[in-house]
Design a protein around this ligand. Structure first.
Ligand SMILES: Nc1ncnc2c1ncn2[C@@H]1O[C@H](COP(=O)(O)OP(=O)(O)OP(=O)(O)O)[C@@H](O)[C@H]1O
Ligand SMILES: [Mg+2]
Length: 358
C-alpha cells in the first residue's frame, strides 16, 4: 500500500509509527511493542534516603527492581493503589510538585523508554486500566503520559486480555491482579459497565491476610509483608491438597520450621466468595441462549491466575447452572500488554486521530 504521498512502501509507513501496549499494573507493569519488545518493570519508584544512600546508588531516583533491591536505602512510592494512579491532576488540591506526582511521572517515563522509540517515530499506545475505573482515573492515566507519546487510549484490562486472545464473544475474563480483581463479559461488542466488575480483594489483599496470619503464629520472628508475598508466590493454592508447606523462619538467630499450609490456604481462599458471587451474576444475567457457551469460556488472567487449584475451585462452584470450563492464560505476565498492542495495531488511523492526544 503506498503512503499518502504515494512514494514509500507499507513497511516504511508502519516503521514511522511505534505501536505499544501498556499494562500499567499496581505491582508490575508490562509493555509490548510493534517492534517486538516485551518488558516488565516493578511499578515502584524510590528516592535515596540520605547522602550515604545517594553515594551508593549514584542516582536521584531508582525505579523498578533497582528500587526493590535497595529498599533499605530508599523512600519508596508505588504510584498506583488499587489499580488507580495516586496522583490525579483533577483532584481538588492535587499538587503537581508532590512526590506522588513525581513518582507517576518517573514510572511512565521509564515505561515509555523501555519501548525504545526512535527519533521522529509517532507513538500510539493503548493502556490498560481497571474494568470499572472512573473517567477521572482514566484521564489521570492519559495525563501521566502527556508529552511522552503522541496518542494514548485507555481501555479495560480484562477486555484487553480478551482482545489479545480473540475471545470476542461469549467469554468471561477474570483478571486477578495485585490491586484489583476485574471481571469482564464479552458479547461480540465493546463491553459496557454492566458487563464488568472491579473488586478490591486481589493479590495484595491475600498478602495482607497471609502476613497477619503468619504474625499471629510466628511470634518470635519478624515476618515482613515481603516475605509473606514471596511465600505466597511460590506456593499459593486453594482447596485441599496433600502437600504440606513448611517454611523456615529465623527464631533467635536459628532457622525453625513452621507448617504454613492452613494459613496460606485461608488467605488465598479469602478472595473466592466475591469472585464466585460476581461471576455468577455475570453468567445468570447473560442472554439465556448463550449462557452455556459463556460457561465454557471462563478464562483466568493476571498474576493471581497462578494460584493452584483456583480454576477447578471456580469451576465446581459455578456448575450449579450447568457444566463450566475454567482455564488460565498461558502468559499471565504479558496477556494484557499483548492485547493492548493488538488493539493499538488494529485501530484505524481515523480513530487514533480522534483519540485524545497524549
Ligand atoms: N505464582 C503466583 N501465585 C499466586 N499469585 C501470584 C503468583 N505470581 C504473582 N502473583 C501475584 O499476582 C499479583 C500481580 O499480578 P499482576 O501483575 O497481574 O498484577 P498488576 O497488574 O500489577 O495489578 P493490577 O492489575 O491490580 O493493577 C501480585 O499480587 C502477585 O503477588
Ligand atoms: Mg493488571
Amino acid at each position: 500500500m503506498p503512503n499518502s504521498d504515494g512514494s514509500g512502501s507499507a513497511s516504511s509507513a508502519s516503521d514511522e509509527i511505534l505501536y505499544i501496549g501498556i499494562d500499567l499494573g499496581t505491582s508490575q507493569s508490562a509493555v509490548a511493542t510493534s517492534t517486538g519488545i516485551r518488558r516488565t518493570v516493578a511499578s515502584v519508584v524510590g528516592w535515596p534516603k540520605d547522602l550515604i544512600s545517594y553515594k551508593m546508588l549514584k542516582k536521584k531516583v531508582v525505579i523498578g527492581e533497582e528500587c526493590l533491591k535497595n529498599r533499605m536505602a530508599v523512600d519508596m512510592i508505588w504510584p498506583q493503589e488499587q489499580g488507580v494512579l495516586r496522583y490525579r491532576p483533577s483532584d481538588p488540591g492535587a499538587d503537581a510538585g508532590s512526590r506522588e506526582a513525581e513518582a507517576v511521572r518517573h514510572l511512565t517515563s521509564f515505561i515509555v523508554e523501555m519501548t525504545e522509540p526512535q527519533p521522529g517515530q509517532e507513538i500510539r499506545a493503548v493502556i490498560g486500566a481497571p474494568a470499572r475505573s472512573t473517567r477521572e482515573d482514566r484521564q489521570a492515566v492519559i495525563d501521566s503520559v502527556d508529552g511522552l507519546l503522541d496518542h494514548a487510549i485507555v481501555a479495560s484490562e480484562p477486555f484487553l486480555v480478551a482482545y489479545g486472545l480473540e475471545l470476542f464473544n461469549n467469554a468471561l475474563i477474570i483478571d486477578i491482579g495485585a490491586g484489583t480483581l476485574d471481571l469482564c463479559r464479552m458479547h461480540g461488542t465493546i463491553p459496557i459497565d454492566e458487563d464488568q466488575r472491579t473488586l478490591a480483594k486481589a493479590g495484595n489483599y491475600i498478602d495482607h491476610r497471609f502476613h497477619m496470619l503468619l504474625q499471629d503464629r510466628i511470634k518470635d520472628s519478624h515476618v515482613t509483608l515481603e516475605m509473606a508475598r514471596r511465600i505466597k508466590e511460590q506456593y499459593a493454592f486453594v482447596s485441599s491438597q496433600k502437600e504440606v508447606i513448611s517454611i523456615d523462619f529465623q527464631v533467635s538467630g536459628k532457622p525453625r520450621s513452621y507448617d504454613v499450609t492452613d494459613s496460606l490456604r485461608e488467605a488465598c481462599e479469602s478472595i473466592l466468595p466475591e469472585i464466585i458471587t460476581h461471576a455468577r451474576e455475570l453468567i445468570v444475567t447473560y442472554d439465556q441462549e448463550f449462557q452455556q457457551e459463556l460457561r465454557q469460556n471462563i478464562v483466568l488472567a493476571g498474576g493471581g491466575s497462578q494460584i493452584r487449584g483456583l480454576a477447578e475451585e471456580l469451576r465446581s462452584n459455578l456448575t450449579e447452572f450447568g457444566p463450566c470450563r475454567v482455564t488460565a492464560v498461558d502468559d499471565p505476565v504479558y496477556a494484557g500488554a499483548i492485547g493492548a498492542l493488538k488493539l493499538a495495531q488494529d485501530m484505524p488511523t481515523s480513530e487514533w486521530e480522534q483519540a485524545r492526544e497524549a
